[in-house]
Write a protein that binds this ligand. Structure first.
Ligand code: SF4
Length: 377
C-alpha cells in the first residue's frame, strides 16, 4: 500500500449496512468522523464489539448528554492562538486540526468543528517569540490534531525554528499516526531524515505515540516504530482507558508488554475526560484504577512505567491507590504552584468519573515547592 485513502463519511465504509449508516448519520451530524482504509482492514467486521471498530466507528451512545467540549479548560492556559502553557517546563503548539482517524472518545474533538479551528497555531514567529521569552520551558510539544499529519516540509520549518531556542531541549511530536497510518512514516524518508537531523544526544525528539490496543500492532506499525527509533527519536506511549477497548487487565497488560518489547515506554494511561459524547467510552475512576493495577501485575518493571492520571484543569492528578472507603491522589504536574506534589485522601465514590466528583476530602499533605516560579502569563 502507498498512502491509504481517507474516508470522511459513513458512505465510504462499505462494511457497514445501509441501516447502520442511516442510524449513525445522527452521530456524524454532530461529531466529525474520519478513518482510512488501512485501519478499517484491521477491524474484525464479524465482531460487533471489535475494539478497533469501537475506536473509529461512530456509535449512537455518543448522543448521550454528558460533559463539556473543553473538559480540561485548555482555554485558560492558551497564551496565544494555538499556544498553551500550563506547566512551567512544557509549552504546547497546536499545529493542526486533523488526525489520521478521529477517535470517537477524542478529548479535543472541538478542534474538528469548523468554528473551533481558530485554536490552531497561525503565526509560528509569535510562537517562537513566546518560547524565547520563557526560559523555564525546556519542552515543546507539537500536537493538535496530529503533528505527523503536517507535511514534512512544514514540520521542518517548525522544528528548525524551535531548535534555535537554546533552552528548548526536548521537542515532542504527539501522534497516533504509527497506529492509524504507519505508511506516513514508512514512505517518507525525508521525515526520518528530519528526525535524524534534529534529535541529538543533548536535545532529543520524542514521539508520543497513541496505541490504545494490541491489535494496532501490525507488521507495518512495528516497522514504523523501528524506523523512528533508528532515526534517533525516543518513543513513549499514552492512551486513555476506554470502555470496550482496553478496560481489561489482560488487554492492557498486553499493550504495556508489547510496547516495552518494541522499545516504547508506556508513559500515561489517562482517565477518559468528561468531554461531550464520551460517556459511553469512560470507565469510573476506581474501577479503572483496579484494571490498571491488575494489568501492571503481569508486567516487567519496564512494561509497568505508565502512570494512571487525570488531565484535570488544575493539573495532572495521579490516582495512586484506594482502600476501603478511601481513594488516594497526588498531583503529578500542577498548574498552581501550591498544589505541586500534594497528596490527597478523599472519601471513595465508585461512581466518580472525574476529580470534581469527589466531594469529601479526608486529608491533604501539601509539599513546599523549592522550584516555585510564577504561572503562565
Ligand atoms: S489522535 Fe488524539 S487528537 Fe486525534 S482524534 Fe485521536 S484522541 Fe483526538
Amino acid at each position: 500500500m502507498s498512502q491509504p485513502e481517507y474516508i470522511n463519511s459513513l458512505e465510504g465504509i462499505f462494511q457497514l449496512s445501509e441501516k447502520e449508516k442511516a442510524e449513525l448519520g445522527q452521530v456524524t451530524a454532530k461529531f466529525q468522523m474520519r478513518v482510512n482504509e488501512y485501519y478499517l482492514n484491521l477491524i474484525d467486521w464479524e465482531d460487533e464489539n471489535d475494539p478497533l471498530r469501537r475506536i473509529v466507528i461512530p456509535h449512537l451512545d455518543e448522543l448521550e448528554e454528558w460533559g463539556r467540549l473543553d473538559a480540561s479548560d485548555e482555554y485558560k492556559y492558551t497564551v496565544l492562538p494555538g499556544v498553551q502553557h500550563k506547566y512551567d517546563s512544557t509549552v504546547l503548539f497546536l499545529v493542526n486540526s486533523q488526525c489520521a482517524g478521529y477517535c470517537r472518545f477524542c478529548f479535543r474533538k472541538r478542534l474538528f468543528l469548523e468554528k473551533e479551528k481558530e485554536e490552531v497555531l497561525k503565526d509560528l514567529e509569535e510562537g517562537i517569540r513566546y518560547l524565547r521569552a520563557h526560559p523555564e520551558a525546556s519542552n515543546l510539544l507539537l500536537t493538535g490534531g496530529d503533528a505527523l499529519l503536517l507535511p514534512t516540509s512544514k514540520l521542518e520549518q517548525i522544528i528548525s525554528r524551535a531548535r534555535e531556542v537554546e533552552h528548548i531541549r526536548i521537542i515532542r511530536l504527539g501522534s497516533k499516526v504509527p497506529a492509524y497510518n504507519p505508511y506516513r512514516i514508512l514512505n517518507d524518508k525525508a521525515l526520518l531524515e528530519l528526525i535524524r537531523r534534529y534529535s541529538k544526544p543533548k536535545k532529543r525528539i520524542y514521539v508520543m505515540t497513541h496505541f490504545n490496543h494490541p491489535n494496532e500492532f501490525t507488521e507495518q506499525s512495528r516497522e514504523a516504530i523501528s524506523l523512528l527509533l533508528k532515526a534517533g527519536a525516543v518513543l513513549c506511549n499514552q492512551t486513555p482507558l476506554i470502555r470496550g477497548v482496553n478496560d481489561n487487565p489482560f488487554v492492557l497488560s498486553q499493550l504495556f508488554k508489547e510496547l516495552s518489547f518494541m522499545g516504547v515506554a508506556p508513559y500515561y494511561v489517562f482517565q477518559c475526560r468528561p468531554t461531550i459524547g464520551n460517556k459511553a467510552y469512560a470507565v469510573p475512576i476506581e474501577e479503572g484504577y483496579e484494571i490498571f493495577e491488575q494489568a501492571r501485575m503481569a508486567c516487567s518493571g519496564l512494561a509497568k512505567r505508565a502512570r494512571f492520571v487525570m488531565s484535570h484543569s488544575r493539573g495532572k492528578i495521579e490516582i495512586v491507590g484506594k482502600s476501603d472507603g478511601e481513594v488516594y491522589f497526588k498531583y503529578h504536574r500542577s498548574a498552581q504552584p501550591e498544589d505541586s506534589g500534594k497528596f490527597m485522601v478523599f472519601k471513595a465514590n465508585p461512581k466518580a468519573y472525574w476529580f470534581d466528583d469527589y466531594e469529601e476530602v479526608i486529608r491533604e499533605y501539601p509539599l513546599e515547592n523549592p522550584f516555585r516560579v510564577s504561572g503562565p502569563e
